[in-house]
Design a protein around this ligand. Sequence first.
Ligand code: UTP
Length: 232
Amino acid sequence: MFLEVVFVIVLSVGGSLINPGTPDLVFLKNIASLLRDECKKEPIGIVTGGGAAARTYADAIRKAGGGEFQADEAAILSTKQNALLLIAALGDVAYPLVCRDFDEAAEASVTHKIVVMGGTIPGITTDTDAALLAEKTGAKRLINLSNIDAIYDSDPKKNKNAKRYAELSFEKMLELASESDKRTAGTHFIFDLVACKIIARSKIVTHFIHGRDMECVKSALAGKKDHGTIVK
Ligand code: UTP
């Protein structure tokens, strides 16, 4: 059975916020407290990334002789472990299981205000999972929380003159993501190319903000202009 259920907001929470090396319980407590308030107004779908644990396990799988598919499968388990951590911090407003797919997430929203999932299939990232969840559920806003405060035209850590965008069109974002995709390994755009294509084809307004700046997260949840980048 599929019910037409809408998450007004889908949140993509970077794994490096939840687990930069060891789980960040202060971050979890802060974000959970904010989301518990916010979900009284509208239902929220969340996708969590894998962070340091995903990279450690994927690398170990490769060194142990495993292939890329297996490395992705291990990394997906890390995204799900982070999802469970967030569910624990959220308490009874959250559906108690980590949803395995988009249908389960949509159905779980009938009984719970907040639904959390991790990764789904090898070969993609949780950016794409979050974009797909937003697309499927007709979300009004996708909010990407990471440890970068906005979208830049180049890496601000390497280039002092990197241009910071307050607002971007879908087309310009796709251009930046495609340019970055062509560069050598190690360059990394804030959102992967498939995820960019999905938000562009369905015109999903997407906020890119620093996930540890709780005032900024609050403002993005309310759909207000915030301190990051809005793509629309
Ligand atoms: P992410 O790369 O999405 O997590 O997933 P993250 O920690 O938020 O990423 P950063 O820090 O922003 O880069 C971690 C890994 O899990 C696998 C991929 O290997 C991905 O790199 N994954 C995730 C999948 O294979 N499928 C999914 O659906 C999600």
